[in-house]
Write a protein that binds this ligand. Structure first.
Ligand code: ZN
Length: 257
C-alpha cells in the first residue's frame, strides 16, 4: 500500500466513518438495475435502439448511457436526462430521443461516506473497493464534490455504416475542466458481467450548472460525498431490431475503456 493511500484510509477511519451511515431496508421494486441492450452490441456498432428517453425514465432516475447514432454521453440525475455532446457541452434531452444503450436505476443510498482530503480517481476506486464487501454485487454510485481537475470524453455522432466502438474511442474528443463542482453518476459492476456491461467502475460526470461533463477519465477532487446503492437484481431489455439480431457477437469485441 502506498503512503498516500494509507494516509487517506487512516483519515477515512478517523474522519469518514464519523459520517458513515447505513440505511437499513430498501424498496425491493427499486433494488434493480435496468439496462437497454448489452455492451458487446454497442462495442460491435449497434448504435440505434428503440427505447425512448420517456420509457427509460420509467425504469430509473439515475444512470448513464448514450443516444442513437452514438450521439454523445448520457447522464441521468434526479430523473432528468442530459446529453454531453462531442463538443463537451451539456443539455437536457427531450423524451422522444432514443437510446441504443443505457443503464439506470432508482437511486437510494445504502451507504454514505465523506472524504475531505484531495484524492484522485484511482484512490477513490481503492477506497470504495475496501468499503464494499466483495466484488460480486453490483452497486450504483453517486459522488458529489469539488473537482480541482476533471478529465472527461465524449463521442461524436456516427453515420452508417457504423464503425466498432473502439475505433470511435481512438478519436474521442477529451475535455479538461478545472475548479468545478459537480456530480459523478455510475456503477461498479462485477467482472463476470463484462460482455453485458462495463466491468468495474464506469462513471459519467456533469457540472452543477449542467453545462459540461462527459464520460469520466480522471480527476482530482476534495470534499467528496460518496453515496452507494447496492443492487441485487438486473433487468436487461434486449433489442428487437435487425441490427441486433444480425450482428455477430461471438467474436471478442475488445475491452471497453
Ligand atoms: Zn461512459
Amino acid at each position: 500500500m502506498n503512503k498516500l493511500l494509507h494516509f487517506i484510509l487512516i483519515n477515512l477511519l478517523l474522519i469518514g466513518i464519523g459520517c458513515h451511515r447505513t440505511i437499513p431496508g430498501s424498496d425491493s421494486n427499486h433494488d434493480s438495475i435496468y439496462q437497454v441492450s448489452i455492451l458487446d452490441a454497442l462495442m460491435a456498432g449497434v448504435y440505434d435502439g428503440e427505447t425512448s428517453i420517456e420509457e427509460l425514465k420509467t425504469h430509473g432516475d439515475f444512470g448513464l448511457g448514450t443516444f442513437n447514432a452514438l450521439d454523445g454521453e448520457m447522464i441521468v440525475l434526479g430523473g432528468e436526462v442530459y446529453q454531453i455532446a462531442a463538443d463537451g457541452v451539456a443539455q437536457r434531452i427531450d423524451d422522444h430521443i432514443q437510446t441504443p444503450f443505457a443503464v439506470v436505476t432508482f437511486f437510494t443510498a445504502d451507504t454514505i461516506i465523506s472524504i475531505k482530503e484531495s484524492i484522485d480517481r484511482h484512490q477513490l476506486g481503492n477506497t470504495i473497493d475496501r468499503l464494499l464487501a466483495g466484488r460480486n454485487i453490483p452497486a450504483a454510485i453517486k459522488i458529489t464534490g469539488d473537482f480541482s481537475v476533471i478529465r472527461t470524453r465524449s463521442v461524436p455522432r456516427q453515420s452508417r455504416p457504423y464503425p466498432p466502438l473502439l475505433d470511435v474511442l481512438n478519436n474521442q474528443p477529451e475535455f479538461i475542466l478545472e475548479n468545478v463542482t459537480g456530480t459523478i453518476a455510475g456503477f461498479r459492476l462485477p467482472v463476470y458481467m463484462k460482455n453485458i456491461n462495463a466491468p468495474n467502475y464506469h462513471f459519467h460526470f456533469i457540472t452543477d450548472d449542467k453545462s459540461a461533463g462527459g464520460h469520466l477519465l480522471d480527476f482530482t477532487a476534495r470534499n467528496l460525498t460518496i453515496e452507494i446503492d447496492t443492487k441485487h437484481h438486473i433487468a436487461i431489455q434486449l433489442p428487437y431490431d435487425d441490427d441486433f439480431r444480425d450482428v455477430n457477437l461471438e467474436n471478442d469485441a475488445g475491452t471497453y475503456r
